[in-house]
Design a protein. Structure first.
Length: 142
């Protein structure tokens, strides 16, 4: 084989490998998180891969041991639930009712989600402001 041909083949292999890595990486970042029903449905596909899941924390299921830094709770969404286990400091806003959480981690064989990171959503910061009475009084007058 001529030297130029080998060089072109090597360059093509590198380009294909880089394209594969970019597509695979973009696919991972385009989906910020899975919902509980999506994770449940894709359990066989996800396997033990690192994923991000979002749902509502069921407050009555929260168990936290500060000595061991062990936190477990049930995450619900779309009528389905998964148990989440996290080892670390309990997040500040965790005790709020119906708090939304995003957990980074992986599913274990028994279906428990082992989280390495927890992020609490704060929906009150993203809700539109309530109209003031002055702004609401610009309607009909009685």
């Amino acid at each position: 084989m001529r030297r130029k041909t080998r060089l072109w083949i090597a360059a093509a292999v590198v380009v294909v490998a880089l394209a594969f890595l970019m597509v695979n990486g973009l696919r991972h970042f385009t989906e910020y998180y899975l919902t509980v029903p999506q994770l449940t449905a894709q359990r066989a596909i996800v396997g033990g891969s690192e994923v991000r899941v979002s749902g509502t924390v069921e407050g009555k299921t929260v168990v936290y041991d500060p000595q061991r830094r062990f936190l477990s709770f049930v995450l619900r969404g779309g009528g389905q639930t998964i148990k989440v286990v996290y080892r670390g400091v309990e997040p500040d806003t965790f005790g709020a009712p119906n708090v939304q959480a995003i957990a980074d981690g992986h599913l274990q064989v028994d279906g428990t989600f082992l989280a390495q990171n927890l992020l609490m959503k704060c929906p009150s910061h993203y809700q539109p402001a309530t109209p003031t009475q002055a702004g609401a009084s610009h309607g009909k007058q009685g």
